[in-house]
Write a protein of this length. Structure first.
Length: 109
């Protein structure tokens, strides 16, 4: 459910209050229209956001975190902070792994 990077970024984009589709898309860099649509539908289905349609011309649709969705903001922020704090160790581990993996895949003649 919240394991997707797009889910976490979309929840973060909605943290400041109701947003229209285009506003969310601008905040979530790199997401395609199709992926954002799928993510918003999933979050709505899971009860993490609400979708409100206003009968205006043109049609206006707002997305907003529910109380359940708001309860995810702090844990996701903590995960982001942890990642930022440990990024150097993670990158070092990746380099070490890649060097070891390269050595292990060299064919023996």
């Amino acid at each position: 459910m919240v394991a997707s990077k797009w889910t976490a970024l979309t929840i973060g984009a909605l943290e400041d209050g109701p947003q229209r589709f285009g506003e969310v898309r601008r905040k979530v860099e790199g997401i395609t229209q199709k992926m954002l649509t799928q993510t918003l539908r999933t979050l709505t289905r899971d009860g993490l956001i609400t979708r409100t349609v206003y009968p205006t011309v043109p049609l206006r649709v707002d997305y907003e975190l529910t109380p359940l969705g708001r309860s995810l903001v702090a844990p996701l922020r903590a995960l982001r902070d942890w990642s930022e704090h440990h990024i150097d160790l993670i990158q070092s581990a990746r380099v070490e792994y890649d060097v070891t993996a390269d050595v292990e895949t060299v064919p023996v003649r």
